[in-house]
Ligand binder design. Structure first.
Ligand code: HEM
Length: 409
């Protein structure tokens, strides 16, 4: 069935997310076993959930659908390729199950509440003005690099307590590991190995400094001083958290900003309405998040046998939850392919659902509000001057370049 569908052939993601494939799956085969192909990690097939209701049910049942592992499996995690247990699965916050996950996450929540974030909003606004003014001065720019990437990176560096002068180097390492430009899923080439090694030694030194310093409010300081059940987090957990926060914090938000802007650039009437009435911005941002779905999927592993829509999912099977497909589910969203800044309610799953719901959701929303507010104030039009270049990945709806002409207001 569906011989022509291969969700692990990354070349099929270079023109953006293949929504047409999921339209068919949602309609005909809500719980589909994707067979092994030349590209599937470990030469192993996996289950594909494409409907909103099934994805929510699985995400809300983290005992049955583990982010760590299940059955007899030796690896696990939330990507289709198995991550080694104890190194990534079971050690990265997002690839860890409760109860340890809940205890780890609780340490971080005070730093990420809307109230805590308001304290950095003014600073981000000043940074956003500089970013937009520099791009306007250029007129012809790469919207992804010059506008969309900068604010999320500066924000996450600030929140995590990474010195601002190191942020580009860190992001470059993260970019190398997130892009599959010249490799397949599960393969590590020389540039990835190098980037990982440099990130490792940078992280080790930075965390050492945080440990030696007085406790502060930044996330890295919090995790280096925190105790879970009376014990400090392992060095591996601390280092992996740094990589997670830089990658999760910068990559996803910049793609939502870029893809959101590209949608607005072809809906000048929406841009104009937003300019006239900023109270429309919150619903417009939710629509941009839905539209971009910048994390297309996360994987789980079944911990027990489950029957779903007549299909038998066995303990240990990989199960993928496609948030990007849920966000176009016609059972939930009227006219899902219409970019509608008035869409309300808009219960999209761009930030996931359940115990792993995105920790940075409030930060991402705030960054988007700030950057679009400044753009609407200072920019007349943004016109794309060439095709969007996407990263070669099924895990990140990532934009590599977005050439654009920016007219001042
Ligand atoms: C538009 C921007 C963003 C999108 C679309 C997004 C998407 C997601 C999704 C779908 C998950 C759930 C993963 C799962 O269920 O397996 C998640 C978790 C997470 N996100 Fe985000 N994210 C965004 C921004 C951020 C930012 C700015 C940060 C950092 C401050 C961040 C940090 C995290 C962390 C730490 C987790 C793991 C939470 C846990 O396991 O408890 N994200 N994100």
């Amino acid at each position: 069935m569906y011989d022509d569908v291969d969700l692990t052939d990354l070349d099929r993601f270079t023109a953006g997310f293949p929504h047409h494939v999921f339209d068919v799956l949602r309609r005909e085969s809500a719980v589909w076993f994707h067979p092994a192909t030349a590209y599937t990690p470990g030469g192993e097939g996996f289950w594909v959930l494409s409907r909103y209701a099934d994805i929510i049910a699985a995400a809300n049942d983290s005992e049955t659908f583990s982010s760590e592992t299940g059955g007899e499996r030796e690896g696990g995690g939330t990507t289709l390729e198995d991550m080694p247990m104890g190194f990534a699965a079971g050690a990265l916050l997002n690839m860890m199950d409760d109860p340890r996950h809940a205890k780890f996450r609780k340490l971080l929540t005070p730093s990420t509440t809307p109230r805590a974030l308001r304290a950095i909003e003014e600073d981000l606004r000043i940074r956003a003005v500089d970013i937009v003014e520099a791009a306007v001065a250029k007129r012809e720019c790469d919207f992804l690099v010059d506008v969309a990437a900068e604010l999320p990176l500066q924000a996450v560096a600030q929140l995590a307590g990474v010195p601002q002068e190191d942020r580009h180097e860190l992001m470059n390492w993260a970019n190398v590991t997130l892009d599959y430009e010249d490799r397949e899923v599960g393969e590590v080439n020389e540039s990835v190995a190098q980037a990982q090694a440099r990130m490792f030694s940078y992280g080790t030194a930075l965390l050492e400094r945080k440990r030696a310093a007085e406790p502060a409010e930044d996330l890295l300081s919090v995790i280096t001083h925190a105790l879970i059940d009376g014990e400090p987090l392992t060095e591996n957990e601390q280092r992996l958290f740094l990589s997670l926060i830089i990658a999760a914090g910068s990559e996803t938000t910049r793609n939502s900003i870029a893809i959101g802007m590209s949608a607005l650039s072809v809906h000048p009437e929406a841009w104009e309405r937003l300019r006239q009435d900023r109270t429309l911005l919150p619903t417009a941002i939710e629509e941009m998040l839905r539209w971009a779905s910048s994390t297309p999927y996360n994987r789980r592993t079944a911990t027990r046998d489950v029957e779903l829509h007549g299909q038998h999912i066995a303990a240990g099977d990989k199960v993928s939850l496609w948030w990007a497909s849920a966000n176009r589910d016609e059972r939930v969203f009227t006219d899902p392919y219409k970019f509608d800044i008035d869409r309300n309610p808009n219960p999209h799953l761009a930030f996931g659902r359940g115990v792993h719901f995105c920790l940075g959701a409030s930060l991402a929303r705030m960054e988007m509000r700030v950057i679009f507010d400044v753009l609407l104030d200072r920019v007349g039009t943004v016109t794309l001057t060439g095709p969007i270049e996407y990263v070669r990945s099924n895990k990140h709806a990532g934009v590599r370049h977005m050439p654009a002409a920016i007219d001042p207001r």
